[in-house]
Write a protein that binds this ligand. Sequence first.
Ligand SMILES: Nc1ncnc2c1ncn2[C@@H]1O[C@H](COP(=O)(O)OP(=O)(O)OP(=O)(O)O)[C@@H](O)[C@H]1O
Ligand SMILES: [Mg+2]
Length: 504
Amino acid sequence: MADYILAIDQGTTSSRAIIFDKAGSIISTGQLEHEQIFPQAGWVEHNATQIWDNTREVIGQALGKANLTRHDIAAVGITNQRETAVVWDKNTGRPVYNAIVWQDTRTQPIVDRLAADGGVERFKQQVGLPLATYFSGTKIVWILENVPGAREKAEAGDLLFGTTDTWVLWNLTGGVDGGVHATDVTNASRTMFMDLETLAWDDDILAAFGVPKSMLPEIKSSSEVYGTAHSSSLLREVPVAGILGDQQAATFGQAAFDAGESKNTYGTGNFLIFNTGEEIVHSKNGLLTTLGYKLGDAAPHYALEGSIAVTGSLIQWLRDNLGLFSSAPEVEALAKTVEDNGGAYFVPAFSGLFAPYWRPDARGALVGLTRFVNKGHIARAALEATAFQTREVLDAVNADSGVDLTELKVDGGMIANNTLMQFQADILGVPVVRPVVAETTALGAAYAAGLAVGFWSSLDELRANWQEDSRWVPSMDPAERDRQLRLWKKAVTKTFDWVDADVK
Ligand SMILES: Nc1ncnc2c1ncn2[C@@H]1O[C@H](COP(=O)(O)OP(=O)(O)OP(=O)(O)O)[C@@H](O)[C@H]1O
Ligand SMILES: [Mg+2]
């Protein structure tokens, strides 16, 4: 068998192709960012055609850098930004509208309309999610209602929907020339349409949303051969054999396979996933119930998830919208120009607040300002916001599970920031642990694909690949931690009730 697995990580800010060997080590990487399109306040779009073009190019970069060809690749895995919705014409392969990104809040009126009968928890028992703009379902409805001709074409069976895993899979396996239209259970569990128990699309919910079933991809497991790459691809004939949404992929890449295991990813947003094994657990504390993974015919694994919309993207906002520095890692030096936050607290409720509050009426606030506060304090408050939000999600996980986590496994772009990681350990009061391979998202997709084709034989083999790199231990005085948490929670309350009927 070929010696490597290639993972495609179609993320919110960039698309990557990463080639792994059997030990789970990175052999080479290709990466390209795509445009972030903000047509109006609250709207966030991507050009799906650019995403597919970039995906093809990064596959070429990764193969070229390592001097490999398709013959060296045993299988391809796909992981992706999750709730971002693409709708395209199956006859032309062209998207009918830009991809509507998970952070986009334009569908709040559709949410309100659906919630008018039964509230935001109307479908929560079946799908594990409250009605919210975050999930892909209302984004499909928006496209059907606002793109001229879309509704008619969809009813005629000419339009397909997919999150970006499906978009990449369909194109990679041939597009209009026989492309496979499928997704995995983890991505399907973010639409609002998949029943957690049957793992099938729910006809009643589809009817309530007015979405034709013919648009939806077939729901498959996370680890099986979905098809092979098309002859037009550099990966011609290589099996595509794993799909996991990015957060579930990171959990899998962290080898958190069993009930009680968890991880927290620090990327554009933060996402803490807590594996509940084969049990469906409904949260009483603002967490989502979601699929963890499903390997072929084996029973599905479920998870609780604390989703935070804005963490790393707040650092990008300081960079791009305020011009405080020119690259994200520079935030650390700026934050270190001061001792502490100077009394400033920054609650980045740019898309409302997700877990554990779920407040669409919230908007961002920077509070506690005095003449003393300078840009160093603001940089520090922005970093601290990530740690405080994570603490609130961890409290919810502990409350739901009834057992306190004793340490937190972390990954994602922000964990390169030592100041943040130390503050995180201080605010949690438990150690924070980073693995050697920090690209756990791509690694998890590679694992899923490799398991399906026998490249790896068991979860134990994967567990043995996990190695600790560094560990931060708490050193803050507990009274000081409590004081700061109290101020943070007070700051959060200042963001509530901002959106009135006439505020966008
Ligand atoms: N040293 C740093 N300190 C703080 N934040 C950082 C640092 N380096 C990167 N970031 C932030 O991390 C994020 C990128 O992390 P990562 O690449 O894991 O994101 P991602 O969410 O996986 O991206 P994608 O959404 O494309 O998948 C950016 O939002 C960036 O602002
Ligand atoms: Mg990512």
